[in-house]
Design a protein around this ligand. Structure first.
Ligand SMILES: [Zn+2]
Length: 122
C-alpha cells in the first residue's frame, strides 16, 4: 500500500483550485511569485503558502536569482496530468470552460519576465 500512499500524497498536493492554477502557469515556463500573484489576483503570502505545499510534494522547485525566486515544474508530465484531469472532468459530464492562462507579459506585473524592474522581493 505504500506506493499508493505516495500516489495519494502527490494527488492531494495537486488537488486544490489555486495549486492547479499555479501548476498550469508553471506549465508555460518558470515564474516568480509576483507573476503568479498578479495572474491569480491573490495575496503573496497565500501564493507562497501554496507553492510551499507544491514544493514539499516535490512537484515544483525553486531557483534564486538575486532577490528573485523563480519556480518551475519538476516534471513536464504535470501538464499531461492536468490535461488528463480536464478530459476526466468532461467524461464525468461536468461542462465548464477553462480560461487559457495569459502569456507574459501580463499588464502591470513588475517581474522581469514581464519587462518590469523585478521589484517583487519575497
Ligand atoms: Zn510577470
Amino acid at each position: 500500500m505504500e506506493a499508493y500512499q505516495e500516489l495519494a500524497k502527490i494527488t492531494k498536493a495537486i488537488a486544490h483550485p489555486t495549486r492547479l492554477r499555479i501548476l498550469e502557469i508553471l506549465g508555460q515556463g518558470e515564474a516568480c511569485v509576483c507573476h503568479m500573484t498578479h495572474l491569480l489576483g491573490q495575496r503573496q503570502p497565500y501564493i507562497s503558502q501554496q507553492l510551499m505545499t507544491l514544493r514539499e510534494a516535490g512537484l515544483v522547485r525553486d531557483r534564486k536569482d538575486g532577490v528573485m525566486v523563480y519556480y518551475s515544474l519538476t516534471c513536464d508530465c504535470v501538464g499531461d496530468v492536468i490535461a488528463s484531469m480536464h478530459r476526466l472532468l468532461r467524461a464525468t459530464g461536468v461542462e465548464v470552460e477553462f480560461a487559457p492562462t495569459p502569456l507574459a507579459p501580463v499588464s502591470g506585473c513588475p517581474c522581469p519576465v514581464c519587462g518590469g524592474e523585478g521589484s517583487c522581493s519575497v
